[in-house]
Write a protein that binds this ligand. Structure first.
Ligand code: PMP
Length: 400
C-alpha cells in the first residue's frame, strides 16, 4: 500500500521550481518580462522614463499606423471581441477567408490558413504533415515553435549545421531513399539576422525529394518585392517551397500566424494539425489589423525603404565601434559579446542611457555567442540613432 502524504514534505514539482537556477537568476536580475507603461512609435516608457525601443519586431513600424488602428476598431464594433471558438466547431468568419485570400495572393501561394499565433501556425506547418516514420531535417537554429511541431509529429529528427547546404547534403547521403523527408528552415533567423540559402536548399530538396517548410516570420514585410518574403528576395515566386508559415506579430503589426501552400496541402493540414484544429480562431480585430497592414505595405513603400535606410545607418554605427554583428544581413542585428557577464554589463549600460534591448545567452544561443539582440524599425529617427550611437559608445567603454 502507498505511504500517505507526509506533511512538510514538498511536492517534487514545487521543489524543482524552487531549485531551478535559471529562475533564481531571473528573479535576481530582472532582465526579462520588464513592464512598459506606454509605447509610442520607436519609444517606450519604463518606470516613468522614456526609452528607445531597440529590440521589437515592429520592423515596418505600423503598430500605430492610423489605417491599422482604425481597421481594428471598426472590426471590434462590427464583429465584437472574439471569434468564439475553433473554426471546426463554430465555423470560419468571412474576415478569415478575406485575409487568407489577400495574404496568399501577396506571397504567391494558392491559399493559406490563419491562426491565433505564429507559434501555432509554425507548429501546425510541421505536425500537420510530418508523422511517425518520417525524417525531419532541420537547421540547428530554427525557432522553438518548429521544434515543438517536430516533437509533436513523432518523426525522426536529423539536425544540420546552420545555413549549411553541404552539411544538409551530407546528412541526406546516409538516408533511406524511401523514407518521407521534410526539410525545415527559416527565411530570416531572428537571433542571427542571417538569410537562408534558399536556392541551394531547394536544389537539394529536389534531388532528394524532400518536402520543404519555410518559416518566413521575420522575412514577411522585410525581404523581397514589397516585402513578399524570402522566395521573392531570391526571385523564386513560383511556388517552389511546399509550405510557408509565419507570424503577424512582426511586420504586420498584429498577432497571429499563417500556413500557406497549395490548396490540397492546406486542406490536408486542416484535418491533421491538432494545434490548428482545436484552438480558437483568430479574433476580428487582429485579422483587421493584419489585413490593413498588408494594404499599407503595398500602398506606402516608404516604410520598407526607411527600414533598410535605417539598417544601413545602424550598421555603420556598429561598424565604427568594431562590434561583432554575426554577419547579420537584415534588420535583426545581434551584438555578439561572447560571455554572459559581458552581455549583462553591456545591456545594463545601454539601459542606463535609455536604450531598451534584450539579452540572449547560452543555451539560447551557441556557447560563446552570448549577445544583445537588437532590431531596427522604420520608425527609428535620426535623433534616435544619435542617442543610440552615444549609448553604444558608453556601453563599449563601460562593459568591454
Ligand atoms: N517563428 C519565428 C522564426 C519566430 O521568431 C516567432 C516568434 N518570435 C514565431 C515563429 C512565433 O510567432 P508568434 O510570436 O506570432 O507566436
Amino acid at each position: 500500500m502507498k505511504r500517505p502524504f507526509q506533511r512538510g514534505k514538498q511536492n517534487p514539482i514545487r521543489r524543482r521550481a524552487k531549485k531551478c537556477t535559471i529562475t533564481s537568476l531571473r528573479l535576481k536580475y530582472p532582465v526579462y518580462y520588464t513592464t512598459l507603461e506606454n509605447q509610442e512609435g520607436s519609444h517606450v516608457w519604463m518606470d516613468g522614463r522614456e526609452m528607445i525601443m531597440l529590440s521589437s519586431n515592429d520592423y515596418l513600424g505600423l503598430t500605430h499606423h492610423p489605417k491599422v488602428v482604425a481597421a481594428g476598431m471598426q472590426a471590434l464594433e462590427t464583429w465584437g471581441s472574439s471569434s468564439t471558438g475553433a473554426r471546426l466547431a463554430n465555423g470560419s468568419r468571412s474576415y478569415h477567408d478575406a485575409l487568407e485570400e489577400k495574404l496568399a495572393y501577396f506571397i504567391g501561394a494558392e491559399t493559406c490558413h490563419v491562426n491565433t499565433a505564429g507559434y501555432i501556425a509554425c507548429m501546425s506547418a510541421i505536425c500537420g504533415f510530418a508523422q511517425r516514420g518520417d525524417l525531419v531535417l532541420a537547421d540547428k537554429n530554427i525557432h522553438s515553435s518548429l521544434w515543438s511541431g517536430i516533437n509533436l509529429s513523432g518523426a525522426k529528427l536529423e539536425r544540420f549545421s546552420h545555413n549549411n547546404p553541404a552539411d544538409l547534403e551530407d546528412a541526406l547521403r546516409h538516408e533511406d531513399t524511401d523514407t518521407a523527408k521534410l526539410l525545415v528552415f527559416e527565411g530570416i533567423y531572428s537571433m542571427e539576422g542571417h538569410i537562408c540559402p534558399l536556392p541551394q536548399f531547394l536544389e537539394i530538396a529536389k534531388v532528394h525529394d524532400c518536402f520543404t517548410i519555410l518559416d518566413d516570420a521575420h522575412a514577411l514585410g522585410v525581404l523581397g518585392k514589397q516585402g513578399r518574403g524570402t522566395a521573392s528576395h531570391f526571385g523564386l515566386d513560383d511556388r517552389q517551397v511546399d509550405i510557408t508559415c509565419g507570424s503577424f506579430s512582426k511586420s504586420l503589426a498584429s498577432i497571429g500566424g499563417f500556413i500557406a501552400g497549395d490548396r490540397s496541402l492546406i486542406e490536408y493540414m486542416k484535418s491533421h494539425a491538432k494545434p490548428s484544429i482545436f484552438s480558437a480562431a483568430l479574433p476580428p480585430a487582429q485579422v483587421a489589423c493584419a489585413s490593413a497592414a498588408l494594404d499599407v505595405l503595398q500602398d506606402e513603400p516608404e516604410h520598407l525603404q526607411r527600414l533598410w535606410d535605417n539598417v544601413e545607418t545602424y550598421n555603420s554605427i556598429l561598424k565604427d565601434l568594431d562590434l561583432d554583428t554575426w554577419g547579420s544581413e537584415t534588420p535583426a542585428i545581434p551584438i555578439v559579446l561572447g560571455s554572459k557577464e559581458r552581455a549583462y554589463y553591456f545591456w545594463k549600460a545601454l539601459q542606463e542611457k535609455g536604450i531598451f534591448t534584450v539579452i540572449s545567452v547560452a543555451p539560447g544561443v551557441p556557447p560563446g555567442k552570448d549577445l544583445i539582440r537588437t532590431a531596427v524599425s522604420a520608425r527609428h529617427s535620426k535623433e534616435d540613432f544619435e542617442q543610440i550611437a552615444e549609448a553604444l559608445q558608453y556601453a563599449v567603454k563601460k562593459a568591454l
